[in-house]
Write a protein that binds this ligand. Structure first.
Ligand code: AMP
Ligand code: MG
Length: 483
């Protein structure tokens, strides 16, 4: 990897230098060829294994942990920082630079009560979901590899330590701005330096002046809304939408107890530590705005309030526009003559479908995949048999069919639907099965699942069992925050 060290060199005082604590007996558990290409790597060599497990220096790398704060479950924690992730710098690749981070590489000044480690289970889950979201077209950080070890770590029971090698366009979080706005080590100059750095690195078309700052915040609002619209359309629950887990780039970031929906439910909670459902699936759009409000508050010294408020006021519009774009494609609703009235109608049509899915406890992904093989021109659809309230479905179907209008070629229409409604998602029970196999020394199920998730829209008839709803033991798996 060829590194530049812009954060390290230009933002002295925004991190601590650290030494990684290497893994003993490191071994590759997973590797993404696709992500490797992003940073100019070819294959998982023994030398790279020693380097990325923290046992040998990576040429050209610096080792540092960033400082930030964040709102966690609504309350402000004034100082967090990378407690177990160590940044190496920005690695050059054909599509630009990527921050490389070793998540789980040992103690840092920000580890607080933690041990600086990540357990294999959570490292594998982060790896799988990063790659799964990417191949579903959802903006996300990436994962290059997972490295296992024989270091024992204690969570609810004894587990082993692992490292996820994470790639991100940036590791700067909403919490970075909160820290440098609110903490005694911050202040207007420090905050401004961070904003200038972010803009010059990632928004090269914007200027670092009052008008540029406003435009930049508008972009952050739009990108965050877009990411969350994707989550809602694909049925993804992040689980810990604290402001320290919100990437300034609008990339899905820092995965813990996430889950894809099986049965559709607005109230679905995937995080064991969130009994009140602050981060329930249906709450995510509102939380996205709440988090942007916290970011706006941090930016008050730099950007005038009217500009910040005006930008926040565009959030809903961006969210709805992106959600509608995704959902219209999934349902095959044309975008020929859309306007406010059509938007309202379509939102109601989509909302009625998801409410019926929820009422009938139907699987979200399987239900949408139906659009790749239903007859959209049938006067009555036998899909009605799946719903508890058939007449409700029948009247929905009439409205839907009318909205579709004439379809020139049904098989083309169906093929378009299967290109946007995945057959395969990272269901929690599938991740769990792969993790159990890894614990037993069998990497094949993990690699099979990883491979499948790179082509989620293809049929793969021999692997159709991966598209099934969870077995009884895997229903409503709620993940612990301890990772
Ligand atoms: P998370 O919930 O993973 O986003 O983590 C919240 C904060 O706790 C971040 O500052 C992490 O770096 C830190 N943290 C989480 N787990 C550990 C751990 N095992 N050791 C040290 N710090 C941790
Ligand atoms: Mg985090």
């Amino acid at each position: 990897m060829k590194f530049k060290q812009d954060y390290f060199e230009q933002l002295v005082g925004y991190y601590s230098q650290v030494n990684p604590q290497g893994l003993t007996n490191p071994h590759w558990l997973a590797w993404s060829d696709d992500a490797a290409k992003l940073v100019g790597l070819n294959e998982p060599t023994p030398q790279l294994l020693q380097q990325l497990s923290g046992n040998a220096p990576v040429p050209g790398a610096s080792y540092y942990a960033q400082v930030y704060s964040g709102h966690q479950f609504g309350g402000y924690t004034p100082r967090l920082g990378d407690g177990r992730a160590i940044l190496l710098g920005e690695a050059y690749g054909p599509k630009g630079y990527w921050d490389v981070a070793l998540k789980g590489a040992g103690l840092t000044p920000y580890s607080r009560q933690g041990d600086g480690r990540a357990v294999m289970r959570s490292a594998v889950r982060e790896f799988l979901v990063s790659e799964a979201l990417h191949h579903l077209g959802v903006p996300t950080t990436r994962a290059l590899a997972v490295i296992g070890s024989d270091i024992p770590v204690w969570r609810e029971s004894q587990e082993t330590a692992a490292i996820t090698v994470r790639l991100a366009r940036s590791h700067i979080r909403f919490g970075h701005f909160e820290y440098f706005s609110h903490s005694p080590e911050g202040g207007k100059d420090k905050l401004q330096q961070l904003v200038d750095f972010t803009i010059s690195q990632h928004y090269p078309d914007l200027c670092c002046d009052a008008s540029g700052y406003g435009q930049w915040f508008n972009r952050v609002v739009a990108d965050t809304a877009k990411m969350i619209a994707h989550w809602q359309a694909v049925g993804f629950a992040h689980g810990v939408m604290n402001t320290d887990n919100m990437s300034i780039m609008g990339d899905s970031f820092d995965f813990g107890p996430f889950a894809f929906l099986d049965t559709f439910s607005e109230d679905f909670i995937c995080n064991h530590s969130d009994p009140e459902g602050r981060y329930a699936f249906g709450q995510q759009p509102g939380v996205g705005l709440w988090n942007l409000q916290r970011l706006a508050q941090a930016l008050v010294p730099l950007i005038d309030s009217d500009t910040l408020i005006a930008a926040l006021n565009t959030y809903q519009q961006h969210l709805v526009a992106h959600y509608l774009k995704n959902m219209r494609a999934k349902l095959g609703l044309s975008t020929d003559s859309i306007g406010q009235q059509q938007d309202d109608f379509d939102l109601a049509l989509i909302g009625e479908l998801t409410m019926m899915l929820e009422q009938s406890q139907l699987d979200y992904t399987q239900s949408l995949r139906r659009f790749s093989y239903i007859d959209p021109q049938a006067t009555r659809s036998d899909w009605a048999d799946d719903f508890v309230d058939r007449s409700r479905f029948d009247s929905w179907w009439q409205q839907y069919r009318q909205r579709l209008g004439d379809i020139a070629d049904v098989s083309v229409w169906q093929a378009q639907r299967s290109a946007v409604n995945p057959k395969y998602i990272l269901r929690n029970y599938l991740a769990q099965e792969a993790i159990v196999a890894v614990e037993e020394g069998d990497l094949q199920p993990l690699h099979q699942l990883q491979q499948l998730l790179t082509q989620p829209y293809d049929e793969h008839p021999d692997l159709a069992h991966y598209a099934e709803r969870p077995p009884k033991w895997g229903q409503g798996l709620i993940m612990s925050c301890s990772s």
